[in-house]
Write a protein that binds this ligand. Sequence first.
Ligand SMILES: C[S@@+](CC[C@H](N)C(=O)[O-])C[C@H]1O[C@@H](n2cnc3c(N)ncnc32)[C@H](O)[C@@H]1O
Length: 291
Amino acid sequence: MIINDISSNKAGVRPPIDSDYERDVARLYDDKQNDFNLLLGKDTQLVHHHFGIGDFDRRPGALADEESVQRRLHELENSQTDRLLDLLEGFGAEQRIFDGGSGRGGTAFMAHSRFGCFVEGATISRYQLDFAERQARDRGCDDRVGFNFMNMLRTGLAPGSFDAALTNETTMYVDDLKPLFREFARIVKIGGRYVFATWAINETNSDARRLTDAIDDHYVCTMHSRGAYLEALLDAGFIPYSVEQMDAEALPYWELRQRSEHRSTIEQLFIDGYRTRSVAYLMIAAERVAR
Ligand SMILES: C[S@@+](CC[C@H](N)C(=O)[O-])C[C@H]1O[C@@H](n2cnc3c(N)ncnc32)[C@H](O)[C@@H]1O
């Protein structure tokens, strides 16, 4: 069943955008239209707003032109999503995934292609909603992959209506993880899963905030510590069964992006972040348990 209907936000649920911060985040993504992400996805029509996992060819002369740099960056973005979806291995065609912060739909489409399952996405950017819905129609999967103008903190969706929730680099857009994970626990059935990828604050470095505050400023977000993630999962009734910290695999994407003519100031922040153990890249899978 596809919801695909903004009115599915039941009476009594606050509107999707209801604070200055949510307005700022929505504006950020409404304004990202003719952007680098679109360029990277031009051949596959998979448009992502997350980073990459994996290495690149470092031999002299390799990836020497902008086109090859962009092609490899996009492969790394897709590898990231493949790795996240590995955590849902065994998922069936009749099962349902909630994708919180679905962006332009890249992760939802890859999940559907791999498992044949239903996916329901939520975004607070109307531009992204229109883009992803158009893509679903073009791909001929709009009967199984739907998108909603919906806040993942307060979805209004029926309790226990999903076999899994996933978020791909979106949890840094809430200031408190606990209400978010409680909402996911509410809509995921007992025995269901929550899987996510995120960049987090590595508490190992007591000076981490120097870099992570600058990243927060750049992306209008609020990074959380590794400990805050684990605490919020347990608080909501999710028991983590796989926790991977993938800093070494997350770093090359940024080193390669430094070579692109589209680089900005953010690449060096992430490179320094991983090298100084200020930033951690996490993929976590957790099971929803009865309490
Ligand atoms: C970094 S992008 C990631 C997009 C997508 N998951 C991907 O991997 O390409 C963050 C996304 O989170 C969405 N977002 C931020 N806060 C949200 C909220 N409270 N509810 C729903 N979506 C939200 C933004 O609209 C955007 O689509």
